[in-house]
Design a protein around this ligand. Structure first.
Ligand code: ADP
Ligand code: MG
Length: 618
């Protein structure tokens, strides 16, 4: 039963506002709610139609927008006006996607390669956020029509590997569609919830979520304990899915059926028809042994055995990703207690069998794999509306986050694969006397030098009161909220001067980039370590030279002639070692200089304290 409350402004009764769960998919999107009577999650559908709304948008010449099945029909007739896979463009620049540009049959603007992509249809331009908002708006209208009540609040799911920019873009799309996005939830987390895994607070479990959709594959390893979801690792392939199965069926038929490559190249309509037939065959073979049909008298036939043969390499690839994900999580296949199947393509028997044999156990496939993510999002929405308070969802960061410190070094505050939400803070100080500004540059990546990592944001902490170098205490804190949005703040603790920034990078990293950065961090680990060690030594040496110099300026009169001479020559030797870039020598000379200055520094310090004590009234 829905909760009823009284609207004080109007005096009328009003229903507790409904929060819907939305799976905004690459291929298909859908909306789900918790049924008010049965308390079970259900996917919304108009009478007699499917719950799935193809994530396809068609713009007609007059400027009208069609979304879903009707738009999908135009993929054949007007590919340049029909947008599919908009999710792939979320938070991306043209640079990010240029290697896959051939994949998109519509026009993607590539004049400014660094900024976010736009899609051109006729003389209009659309951002991926605009495009996603059209899909969300369509879902909202459908839900309102079915539920006969306004729908203004939603939980939307995203892939676990989505970065800040992509999550933010998803939120923005929701806002643009008139939805208040209460939470952005990871798809595997939602899928687990739909299987009721983790709903019992006593439950401790390691689970794998295998998600093979239309164009993407994701494997996520989760740990669920005490009602807390924690993503241990993710892996996958952003260009592998059911579409590949369709393509190899098309290839299988090309030539053999009398339909030639040349015919397909000359006739885009024929190419699309053949592709749709291939998808039909694939789905049919999930439950039958032979498919037979024809186009214009050309016979199309394929057996289940032939189909399995031509998709085997794709399936193997997904299994290899499962192996990598387990390795990253530090687990073995036998450690996984539950395997959840997500995505329409997991209906293919070979996929199911392969996953099951890899993990050595039967897979969970009782919930409709097309709907399972949306159903989980509805459960999450229910938790947010206060019906299930004890839950907390934890996710992970794909790459380490840190700031630049002296010498261009990366100082990691939140390591890769840290749980989200996450918090970390560390103290830093100034390098120069009277330094009033401190530049905080935020980076993402695994390398020791920031120049090899990706810059996310930078800001200045200004108005630091004049103090000698090393005295200010600047605390830099990183906070990643439950949606994966990072806020960086810096505070000078002595004065309370404070500054913060929400990090919304202009565009995100592709998976390939993340992979590349990780790979580089491994191959370069050795030289990174030696460069880091040298940079640290040089910075420390420089620092010591500066403080010693300052000390001498103030206190030279209190030093003996011999102390002055010894100090000067030790400083010279240290300076030389720094110039020679010899780490061990630098440390050696630092020690020598410290040994020389320690006795007189202590002596002068004691005097100063004694002097200060005299004047103080206790
Ligand atoms: P996404 O999450 O990428 O939006 P979906 O989970 O909706 O994608 O999966 C869509 C894919 O599932 C399509 O490639 C579709 O052809 C495939 N699919 C749907 N039903 C079946 C089936 N019965 N057998 C094989 N593949 C199927
Ligand atoms: Mg999906």
């Amino acid at each position: 039963m829905a909760k009823i409350s009284i609207n004080i402004a109007t005096g009328s009764l009003q229903q507790e506002e409904i929060i819907v769960g939305i799976d905004l998919g690459t291929t298909n999107s859908l909306i789900a709610i918790i049924h008010p009577d049965t308390k079970q999650p259900i996917a919304l559908k108009e009478h007699g139609s499917s719950s799935l709304v193809p994530s396809v948008i068609y713009f007609d010449e007059a400027g009208n927008v069609l979304v879903g099945e009707e738009a999908r029909g135009h993929l054949i007739s007007s590919p340049e006006r029909t947008i599919f896979s908009a999710k792939r463009l979320m938070g991306k620049s043209y640079n990010d996607i240029k290697n896959n540009a051939a994949f998109f049959s519509y026009k993607i603007i590539d004049d400014n390669t660094e900024s976010l992509v736009k899609v051109q249809v006729g003389n209009k331009f659309y951002s991926p956020v605009d495009l996603s908002s059209f899909i969300l708006k369509e879902l909202k209208i459908r839900a309102e029509h079915i539920l006969k009540t306004p729908v203004n609040k939603a939980v939307i799911t995203v892939p676990a590997y989505f970065n800040d920019a992509q999550r933010q873009a998803t939120r923005d799309a929701g806002k643009l569609a008139g939805l208040d996005v209460l939470r952005v939830v990871n798809e595997p987390t939602a899928a687990s919830l739909a299987y009721g895994v983790g709903l019992n607070k006593e439950e401790h479990k390691l689970i794998a979520v295998y998600d093979l959709g239309g164009g993407t594959f994701d494997i996520s390893i989760l740990r669920i304990a005490g009602g807390i979801f924690e993503v241990l690792s993710t892996n996958g392939d952003t260009y592998l899915g059911g579409d590949d199965f369709d393509n190899v069926i098309v290839q299988h038929w090309t030539g053999k059926s009398g339909i030639t490559k040349e015919m397909l190249a000359a006739d885009s309509g024929l190419a699309q028809t053949l592709r749709l037939k291939a998808e039909e065959a694939k789905k049919y073979l999930s439950a039958n042994d032979v498919f037979e049909d024809e186009i214009n008298g050309h016979l199309l036939s394929i057996t289940k055995i032939e189909f399995e043969e031509i998709i085997r390499s794709f399936v193997y690839k997904t299994i290899a990703c499962c192996g990598s994900a387990l390795k990253d999580a530090g687990l073995k296949n036998i450690d996984i207690e539950t395997v959840v199947m997500v995505g329409g393509s997991t209906r293919v028997p070979l996929v199911k069998e392969s996953v099951s044999s890899f993990f050595g156990r039967p897979v969970n496939d009782t919930v409709n794999p097309d709907e399972v993510v949306a159903l989980g999002a509805a459960i999450q929405a229910d938790i947010l509306s206060g019906n299930n308070k004890e839950f907390l969802l934890l996710d992970i960061t794909p790459l380490s986050l840190g700031i630049e410190t002296a010498g261009g070094l990366m100082d990691v505050l939140i390591p890769r694969n840290a749980k989200i939400p996450s918090k970390a803070a560390r103290q830093y100080t100034t390098q120069v006397d009277g330094q009033a500004d401190m530049r905080i540059s935020v980076f993402q990546g695994e390398r020791d030098l920031v120049k090899d990592n990706r810059k996310l944001a930078a800001f200045n902490l200004t108005n630091i009161p004049g103090m000698p170098a090393g005295l200010p205490k600047v605390e830099v804190s990183f906070l990643i909220n439950a949606d994966g949005i990072l806020t960086v703040s810096a505070k000078e603790l002595r004065s309370g001067v404070e500054q913060s920034i929400e990090v919304k990078p202009q565009y995100g990293l592709t998976d390939i980039e993340v992979e590349k950065m990780l790979l580089e961090s491994i191959t370069h680990a050795k030289d990174d370590i030696s460069i880091r060690a040298l940079t640290e030594a040089k910075t420390e040496g420089d620092q010591l030279l500066k403080t010693t110099e300052r000390f001498l300026q103030k206190n030279a009169s209190m030093l003996t002639q011999e102390e002055l001479l010894q100090t000067a020559s030790a400083m010279q030797a240290l300076q030389l070692a720094i110039t020679m870039e010899d780490k061990d020598l630098v440390y050696n000379k630092i020690e020598t200089l410290n040994d020389i200055s320690r006795p007189y520094a202590e002596r002068i310090m004691d005097n100063a304290i004694a002097g200060a004590m005299k004047g103080k009234v206790i």
